[in-house]
Design a protein around this ligand. Structure first.
Ligand SMILES: Cc1ncc(COP(=O)(O)O)c(C=O)c1O
Length: 388
């Protein structure tokens, strides 16, 4: 292992070389079925011809220009994303954490226009919102609140699903309630739609922005463009990233209604955000993902995977959760053991939370790739159960 990298990731030692669809090859030619999509990023799979061509063509024309200028591709992307998601305006950046930072800035300025102290952002216990100082503060998990203090003031946490606690916490100082429709890093834990609809109502009554972090759940991952659409929710603000440009770094904040006009020149910005290269990639990704038949196949494949795992009745699997192709299998052994056993057999999977194996395959994964991946997962779980 190269010790010149900072020691920030528990790396596997695997050196990947190329990919096609939902199949990856390492540098020794060993093949892997990819149930990770780069942590929910490679939505169109690896080596998607339309995506590769759009990136190459755009790179030949114009890779980057500053945000002081528009390009046809950035105009097209902004219009189609706002139209498809039902929002008034978009701000583009480079990552999920950066999208959430922008979202919080909009919420704080929106709040401060009403009252100088209306700046608190409420999040949920168990949430994950990113790695910047403000976003580790926003993240409602103690383990992220170590070492890096002092943390940013103005965040509070409420337990998931407890509407009375939320009702009490949404006070005059609160400018936004930020939630993940499915807590991803926390363990693939879908929130109750009825709870979120009540939360939305409370926020609306108190002029508090209802803000969805759809960095992981967004852009088709759950079988809808936004998980909020599936849950009958209409947030004022949404953050996106991961799958939006099929692997090219991008993030976005979408805003609707009055808060869409909150940011004015000089309030916020970023050098690379939504540059022509990223916009060209996102245009292709969105074009494919927004089609109803594409979203329907995400739903169908997710259902197929969840049903298969449940049908095995493996004693190690406690519960299978998720929506679309965002799937979590809670297990009674360390989930990392399952990840290692799968990797040895040629399947890449992820963990989430303390006890969950997480599956985030490319949204274009073929049925034969699903079948091969599931066969490996079953054999890994069977072997681990036999040795348990
Ligand atoms: C819900 C959610 N929000 C924010 C982030 C942070 O995104 P990024 O790693 O692109 O900064 C993640 C990353 O996993 C996420 O799942």
């Amino acid at each position: 292992m190269n010790d010149k990298f900072m020691n920030t990731y528990k790396r596997t030692g695997l050196i990947l070389e190329k990919g096609k669809g939902a199949t990856l090859w390492d540098k020794n030619g060993k093949e892997y079925i990819d149930f990770t999509a780069g942590i929910g990023v490679n939505s169109l799979g690896h080596g998607n011809p339309a995506l590769v061509k759009a990136i190459a063509d755009q790179a030949a024309n114009l890779i980057h220009c500053s945000n002081y200028f528009l390009t046809d591709i950035s105009i097209t992307l902004t219009e189609e994303l706002c139209q498809a998601a039902g929002f008034d305006r978009a701000f583009f950046c480079n990552s999920g954490a950066e999208a959430n930072e922008g979202l919080v800035k909009i919420a704080r300025k929106y709040g401060s226009d009403k009252h100088p102290d209306k700046n608190k952002v409420l999040t949920l216990i168990g949430s994950f919102h990113g790695r910047t100082i403000a976003m580790v503060t926003a993240t409602g998990q103690e383990k992220f609140h170590k070492f890096f203090g002092p943390f940013t003031p103005g965040f509070g946490y409420v337990p998931v699903g407890d509407i009375a606690a939320l009702d009490k916490a949404l006070d005059d100082r609160t400018c936004a309630f930020l939630f993940e429709p499915i807590q991803g890093e926390g363990g693939v834990l879908p929130l109750d739609a009825a709870y979120l609809r009540q939360a939305q109502k409370l926020c609306k009554e108190r002029d508090i922005l209802f803000a969805a972090d759809e960095v992981q759940t967004g852009v088709g991952r759950t079988g809808a463009l936004l998980a909020c659409m599936k849950m009958g929710l209409e947030p004022n603000l949404v953050s996106l990233a991961k799958g939006l440009a099929g692997g090219v770094p991008i993030g976005a904040v979408l805003a609707k209604g009055a808060c869409a006009d909150t940011l004015q020149p000089g309030d916020h910005g970023t050098t690379f955000g939504g540059n022509p290269l990223a916009a060209a990639a996102a245009h292709v990704a969105l074009g494919q993902i927004c089609k109803p038949e594409f979203l329907a196949q995400v739903e169908r494949k997710g259902e197929k995977i969840r049903k298969a795992i449940q049908s095995w009745k493996n004693p190690l699997v406690k519960q299978v959760r998720g929506m679309g192709l965002m799937i979590g299998a809670a297990v009674s052994i360390p989930p990392g053991d399952v990840v290692s056993a799968c990797r040895e057999r040629g399947l890449l999977v992820l963990t989430a939370g303390e006890d969950t194996v997480r599956l985030l395959p490319p949204l274009v994964i073929r049925d034969d790739e699903i079948d091969r991946g599931l066969a490996v997962l079953k054999s890994a779980l069977d072997t681990l159960a036999a040795h348990g």
